[in-house]
Design a protein around this ligand. Structure first.
Ligand SMILES: Cc1ncc(COP(=O)(O)O)c(C=O)c1O
Length: 367
């Protein structure tokens, strides 16, 4: 006879594949007895948080007995100044992950279809399945979102389309022209979600943010996060920008204290530190150039990136390469989970980390 869970849990639970996170440093230390490990697996900022954010965290310690502001007033105020729109255009979440969940809970009903590129950020599939929606992954073309094919996949049941721009795990962006053609004539009852978690790293002049469509009156949501360039992944905080109507609807399904006090204070301080942002961007640009040069010298193919990670073809079984790197204390991500069994994804690190990655990779490739 079936067990308790099988008899009683919602059927959607059985369709879920658990998220595969980057291996934590402590786990590698425990399992392999290694020290001095570098994590280049989760696209975090290798410089850490801004000094201003750290100071804000220290200063808030005395107030930890107080509930956080449910409305995130000061953060919304800061964001409203930054983007030049009203505070009711912002939704704040416990990471943009939570916003993906809240948006899905607000809009997706069983049998609604959700379209996204494949491979892309795994949470689009996960959240859709939890709500009993139908997933419609559309293969990338040249490692890039194929917006024409995605538009062709639209049916009368399509509820949400995700555009991960730049895309995780490939680091590619869609061009302004591709976006224009895609948005033109799209059914206005389809919610387009631009996931721009890596927006701050983009330097391609052909890039266009989803904010453009918000300005033009479309029903879209643009998601950004403090986990990447702002270096606050451990605090869990991200935000979405949309129409006040959509924000108010998503707000209905939110827990009252979804964003903690420390995260709110740190995020406000991080937004005030342009210098840290510029430095982080510059370190990433230099690291990217160094890694490109070294990979070319080794003779490995990689996907040119607009983000803070590189998707590269090792030509070998990625699990073996991953393990070989791990034994030398370098944590990366395997491409097999994205359907590329010889690829790995590596986060661009500091000069020292990049050097360490390249020398470790050479040793693995030499066998
Ligand atoms: C494309 C993309 N969107 C969203 C997220 C989630 O970010 P957060 O830490 O804000 O939940 C990530 C994190 O890896 C990501 O790569």
């Amino acid at each position: 006879m079936a067990g308790f869970v099988e008899r009683n849990a919602r059927k959607e639970v059985f369709s879920l594949k658990p998220y595969v996170p980057g291996k934590p440093i402590e786990e590698v230390e425990r399992e392999l007895g290694l020290k001095d490990i570098v994590k280049m697996a989760s696209n975090e900022n290798p410089l850490g948080p801004s000094p201003r954010a750290k100071e804000a965290v220290i200063n808030v310690v005395e107030d930890l007995n107080i509930y956080p502001d449910s409305n995130c007033f000061y953060l919304k105020k800061k964001l409203a100044e930054k983007f030049g729109c009203s505070q009711d255009c912002f939704m704040i979440g416990n990471g943009s992950d939570e916003l993906l969940r809240l948006i899905t809970e607000t809009f997706v009903q069983p049998s609604d279809e959700v379209i996204y590129g494949d491979p892309s950020f795994s949470e689009y599939e996960f959240m859709t399945r939890i709500m009993g929606g139908m997933v419609k992954p559309v293969p990338l073309q040249d490692f890039t979102y194929d917006l024409q094919a995605m538009k062709a996949a639209v049916t009368e049941n399509t509820k949400i389309i995700y555009v991960c721009n730049p895309n995780n795990p490939t680091g590619t962006v869609v061009t302004r022209q591709q976006l224009e053609r895609f948005m033109d004539g799209l059914d206005e009852d389809i919610l387009v979600i631009f996931d721009e978690a890596y927006y701050e790293y983009v330097d391609d002049p052909g890039f266009q943010s989803g904010l453009e469509y918000l300005d033009r009156g479309y029903n879209v949501i643009v998601l950004r996060t403090f986990s990447k360039i702002y270096g606050l992944a451990g605090l869990r905080i991200g935000y979405g920008i949309s129409t006040p109507e959509i924000v108010a609807a998503v707000n209905r399904v939110r827990e009252p204290f979804n964003v903690n006090l420390v995260a709110q204070k740190a995020a406000v301080a991080a937004l005030e530190d342009e210098e840290h942002l510029t430095r982080s961007r510059e370190i990433n640009r230099q690291g990217k150039e160094y890694l490109y040069r070294e990979l070319q010298a080794i003779g490995l193919r990689y996907v040119p990136t607009q983000a803070n990670f590189i998707f590269l073809d090792t030509g070998l079984d990625c699990r073996r390469v991953f393990q070989g790197l791990l034994m030398q204390g370098v944590i990366t991500r395997t491409g097999d989970i994205f359907g590329y069994p010889t690829y790995i994804r590596v986060t661009i690190g500091t000069d020292e980390q990049n050097l360490r990655f390249i020398s470790s990779l050479k040793r693995v490739l030499e066998g």
